[in-house]
Ligand binder design. Structure first.
Ligand code: SF4
Length: 381
């Protein structure tokens, strides 16, 4: 199925209809979401005091939202004190211009990126490419969908809709790479991607990531991942740019720890993500590695409007674990496939019209993951 970006409402409907009739796609989605549900269920069962931990995490998010402007100023102050250059972007266009400007300022020709829904939201890649910059997604799933010219289809599993055979074909056609054994085993395909990307990490003059949590009290950025590519993107290139949506701020390291305790359990059914990076400013004089320049772009893009609404502000509690997708009957039919992944969960229902304003209400919300009985697994439910 062609999931090329930027579809009109009519094209969205046509793609949704096509996806619903795609039996192999439905089978892949059914298998993958079943797997995620089982892992999450097992993780929560083994998680002592699970409900108390989720309640603590919810309280941490509520505290952040209740003091958001103040915490953002504190974050700006402490991040700047640690040497991070902080920028504010009112909307996607400003954020794109800021990141492109930083790239041009450091003479970047190659940029490596960690998986980041907020950079999908602002459509950063086309802007950098228009400025003549080569952009490489380094998360394996993101790398696959980038090669396919498609948007990611799940927050935590961007290439969930791709079979091994399709990935092997993409690697062969787009990169001229084939598995040594001529097959399409996942370890062999992963090895091919790793080799291709290692080269890019070494070439890149700039790394771009999102932010899972920013800690106001210390000016630190917390990033979680399972592949090590974010750590490479934030330490190999001389310049790191983190793009963060405003609501990701937490008051303290204790609040961040409360969130970290539940995020991987809800997202991937892990007790903890394989890599947790806490970045506080650029490389110090006595440090051997890390970027010489660190930038933080704080993106509003309509979130202030959402925060000001007493009903809608709860949208901002979402921490993008993706669990709602895995129980969503609409998602499992494939109907939501053409929906940009920056908009699952409550975002799908509300953000495009009231926050990002990048799609008409006739597209995303009409096949919104939360349109069905998808609220059950939400950590905050
Ligand atoms: S709505 Fe809830 S379940 Fe869905 S991504 Fe957000 S926090 Fe996770």
């Amino acid at each position: 199925m062609d999931l090329t970006k930027g579809q009109s409402p009519r094209r969205f409907r046509a793609q949704s209809e096509e996806a619903c009739l795609d039996a192999p796609l439905r089978a892949v989605l059914d298998h993958a979401t079943r797997h995620f549900r089982a892992k999450r269920g097992a993780a929560l069962e083994a998680f002592a005091d699970c409900e108390a931990h989720f309640a603590r995490a919810r309280s941490a998010r509520l505290r952040s939202l209740s003091r958001l402007p103040e915490l953002l100023e504190e974050l700006e102050h402490n991040a700047a004190a640690a040497g991070t250059q902080v920028h504010w972007a009112a909307d996607a266009a400003e954020a794109r211009a800021l990141v492109a400007g930083i790239a041009q300022g450091c003479g970047a020709r190659v940029v490596v990126k960690g998986k980041s829904m907020v950079t999908e939201e602002i459509e950063l890649n086309p802007a950098l490419e228009a400025a003549g910059i080569e952009v490489w997604e380094t998360d394996l799933g993101e790398f696959i969908v980038q090669l396919a010219g498609e948007p990611p289809s799940h927050i935590i599993a961007p290439a969930i809709h791709k079979s091994r055979a399709e990935v092997a074909r993409l690697f062969r056609e787009k990169l001229g790479l084939v598995c040594q054994d001529g097959g399409e085993s996942i370890p062999e395909l992963t090895l091919l991607a790793r080799r291709a990307l290692r080269e890019k990490f070494l070439q890149a003059e700039m790394g771009v990531t999102g932010v899972n949590i920013a800690v106001a009290a210390t000016g630190s950025l917390v990033l979680v991942e399972n592949e090590g590519n974010i750590r490479m993107s934030t330490t190999c290139p001389p310049v790191h740019v983190a793009v963060m949506s405003l609501e990701k701020v937490a008051a303290s390291l204790e609040d961040a720890a409360d969130l970290l305790r539940v995020l991987p359990q809800s997202a991937t059914g892990q007790r903890m993500s394989s890599y947790v990076s806490v970045l506080t400013g650029p490389r110090r004089r006595d440090e051997a590695d890390g970027p010489r320049e660190a930038h933080l772009v704080l993106l509003d893009n309509g979130r202030s409007r959402v925060l000001a609404d007493p009903v809608l502000r709860e949208i901002l509690l979402c921490f993008r674990c993706g669990a709602c997708l895995n129980v969503c009957p609409v998602y499992q039919t494939g109907a939501a496939m053409p929906t940009a992944p920056c908009t699952p969960g409550p975002w799908a229902r509300c953000c495009p019209p009231c926050c990002c304003r990048r799609r008409t209400p006739a597209t995303c919300p009409s096949a919104a993951p939360c349109a069905g009985p998808a609220s059950a697994p939400a950590p905050w439910a």
